[in-house]
Design a binder for this molecule. Structure first.
Ligand SMILES: Cc1ncc(COP(=O)(O)O)c(C=O)c1O
Length: 404
């Protein structure tokens, strides 16, 4: 089946966060400039992590069918939803899970905010690996805990990040350190951690009784020649100390349906999570999210594979464009996700100058690298490439004009 990822869908005035906000100086602006025909005035939105692609047809059909119910009362998913998650995990990651382990949450970020205060006590230390997706930091802080960063190590020559296991072992050995939030695959650096890396990481956590919260929301967006391994699939012992966060939201472009799965094999941890969700009054779920999830997991694989091919071609396009026209910018080699972490430090601009050139002069909205960590993010930008190649080309041409 052919899919048209080149299609340009006007997302202005659809409530799309990506096309509404310019997060600068706290200002927000409604932009209806989603059409490339608007030319140079159009603000190119290549930031927040959703795709500009239409979702797979079977998902749209399932949602239409749900609409035909004509009654949208309180909702809790049917068994077929849980089966679809179980089958997806078995088929894609060779991870056998029990349907009872699956708990729903209206998003992974809400799950972090809701569960952290119940799994830690104020003053505890929680490890993250910077540069990192900002809500990892804010959710830890909201729980009254201290953020400790086991910074990733950047190998600039090979455009690749690695974990610093010695530093992790040192930080995990602190008796106040009770949990770690792992980003697997990693946003923003695009690493798909190998089984060896994950096993070593987990062993350090087990040795020090540190709980692993493994955010695997990007787990289906994997480049060719890389393999995603679910942390909890490695061994029962690791699973027993792991809370896994997954969702179809990134994979199938369903973030606005607010439905994710938190998978927990340890009965006590699962009860803690269930109690945490109940403590904020979240019973049942949105009626459309699980319906879309089930259709995606049962019938969306072909679309996903085609989308990943398009995304990988977009990466190659961006990498080659920079090499030819703006050699001062290097793209960290992605192994997963549709986000590119780009190193602009050779251009010699301060972060403020860089952001201003891109946003004010080129009218392109990327994520400012500094928001992923003050040090590791300086000189970097994050580009969302899950968009039509035409938009990407426009963005790159504008960058060439102001930076090249
Ligand atoms: C690592 C990571 N976790 C969570 C989220 C958001 O999750 P949700 O929309 O389910 O709250 C994102 C979105 O970019 C992400 O990159």
């Amino acid at each position: 089946m052919a899919f048209n990822f080149d299609e340009i869908i006007n997302r202005a005035h659809t409530g799309s966060v990506k096309h509404k906000l310019i997060k600068r100086d706290g200002q927000s602006e409604q932009t209806d400039r989603a059409n490339p025909e608007m030319g140079e005035d159009r603000l190119l939105q290549l930031w927040v992590a959703d795709m500009d692609f239409a979702v797979a047809e079977p998902i749209i059909e399932a949602l239409h069918k749900k609409l035909d119910d004509r009654i949208y009362g309180y909702f809790t998913p049917e068994k077929s939803y849980f089966d679809s998650v179980v089958n997806w995990c078995g088929r894609r990651y060779d991870w056998e899970i029990d349907p009872d382990w699956i708990k729903l949450s209206p998003g992974v970020v809400p799950a972090l905010y809701i569960m952290l205060p119940k799994l830690t006590k104020p003053g505890d230390k929680v490890i993250v690996q910077r540069p990192i997706y900002p809500p990892f930091v804010s959710s830890v802080q909201a729980a009254g805990c201290e953020v400790v960063s086991n910074d990733l190590v950047y190998d600039r020559e090979n455009l690749r990040y690695e974990m610093d296991f010695d530093d992790l072992a040192e930080k995990a050995a602190d008796p106040d350190c009770t949990a770690v939030i792992l980003c697997s695959p990693h946003n923003p650096v695009g690493r798909v951690w190998t089984k060896e890396e994950l096993t070593r990481f987990a062993q350090i956590c087990l040795d020090n009784n540190v709980l692993i919260i493994s955010d695997e929301i990007h787990c289906d967006l994997i480049y060719d020649d890389h393999k995603f391994v679910a942390m909890a699939s490695i061994s029962d012992e690791i699973a027993d100390r792991t809370i896994t966060c997954m969702a179809p939201s990134k994979t199938f472009n369903l973030a606005g349906l607010k439905s994710s799965q938190i998978i927990i094999s340890n009965p006590e941890l699962r009860q803690t999570f269930t109690d945490a969700i109940a403590s904020v009054g979240l019973y049942g779920s949105n009626g459309f999210g699980p319906i879309a999830t089930e259709a995606a997991y049962n019938h969306g694989e072909e679309w996903l594979e085609a989308a990943m091919t398009y995304i990988q071609d977009n990466y190659a396009f961006v990498r080659d464009y920079f090499a030819e026209h703006i050699p001062g910018i290097k793209v960290v080699k992605p192994e997963g996700t549709y986000l590119l972490w780009v190193d602009c430090r050779d251009l010699g601009y301060s972060q403020e100058e860089l952001v201003s050139k891109l946003l004010d002069e080129a009218k392109i909205h990327f994520n400012d690298g500094v928001t992923f960590g003050p040090e590791g993010g300086e000189g970097f930008m994050r580009i969302n490439i899950a968009t039509s190649r035409l938009f990407l080309k426009q963005a790159l041409d504008r960058m060439k004009r102001v930076l090249g």
